[in-house]
Design a protein around this ligand. Sequence first.
Ligand SMILES: *[C@@H]1O[C@H](CO)[C@@H](O)[C@H](O)[C@H]1NC(C)=O
Ligand SMILES: *[C@@H]1O[C@H](CO)[C@@H](O)[C@H](O)[C@H]1NC(C)=O
Length: 346
Amino acid sequence: MLSKFLLASAATVVALSGLATAQTNITDKDCASASEYSRCNRDVADKWSSCIRGCNGNGNCVVDCGCNSHQQYINCMAESCWNQVYSCKYQLFVQQYFAVCPSAKEPIPFWPAPDNAPNRCSCDLGKVTQTTLSSRNQQIKCMRDVTDKVTGDIGNIPDLSNLNNGLDIANRASDCACCGASASISASWDVCPHTEPTLAGADMWGVFFPSDLPNLYTSLPNWAWSSCDSTLQDTKCKDLGFTDTDKFYKPGDFPNNGTSTLYEVGGTVTAPPSGTVLTWSQASSTYTVTATGYDRKAVASQSEYRATATGTDEAFATQTADSGARAVRNGGLGAVVAGVFAVVML
Ligand SMILES: *[C@@H]1O[C@H](CO)[C@@H](O)[C@H](O)[C@H]1NC(C)=O
Ligand SMILES: *[C@@H]1O[C@H](CO)[C@@H](O)[C@H](O)[C@H]1NC(C)=O
């Protein structure tokens, strides 16, 4: 699959290179060890830039640099900013990691945040992203089942009159497409009913699974999410394999939009959530990270944040909009990632 990246357009490569400054957006001073954290991030950013320079425009290579750098940023978090790992900004960063790195695989440290985690995001962004990822996988399987059936029919040729006609195939593929999109989009409303849907990941489907993905939508040249009302009417998405979610809202039948922005609730993380030493793996890399700043910041941050951290669980106070969250979806990244995935899936 990686070789497909060789087809990445020059524009995609250039745009991905621009990501090299895309950090976690967490302010150093909020971290258990501010100086360690900024040193660590600076180091990753430098290596990312030189990694990209060494690629000489090779798309595969640039994508690999992005994967590796995101992993290193996660290591910086585990090392010196472990008290912010359940925050909205870290959860958004992991979302970005899945968006830019096709080889990204669960489990990812501190993601999604456990239920009732301290200092967690008011909207469980990890759970929304996870739903999008599983919907994508289920949609691929659903589409593959359609294709396999077609191929199987052709292979047997016992009775040509039984061969599914093009319309049947298109209808079944359309069911897969609508169920996948609905499962992903519905999660934003279902998991985060009080949050502004765009901040809760409502546009993520387009990023993770662009509707113009060539191989999936060959039978569906004019497929559009807005056309799914009638399809979802009759379709039992669960029977088609979409089993990780209960809600399949129709395009014209969504609950009211939440109005809240993203903010942290649930108190303070006072010790490294994974213990002092974290070991985790992605693709062929295994990392062992030792948490620092344990003594220095934990006690201070407890008293520092206690006043603001209590009682916010039920209060959906509107805070200043998190521009970072918007940018992930509305900014150039969405288009870039769509381009990358279009290339990957060819
Ligand atoms: C961080 O903030 C910048 C500027 O708002 C934004 O472009 C980027 O997508 C954000 N990154 C994450 C991971 O939220
Ligand atoms: C609700 O949010 C979605 C996604 O941002 C948006 O497309 C839609 O127009 C909003 N609906 C209303 C009634 O504001």
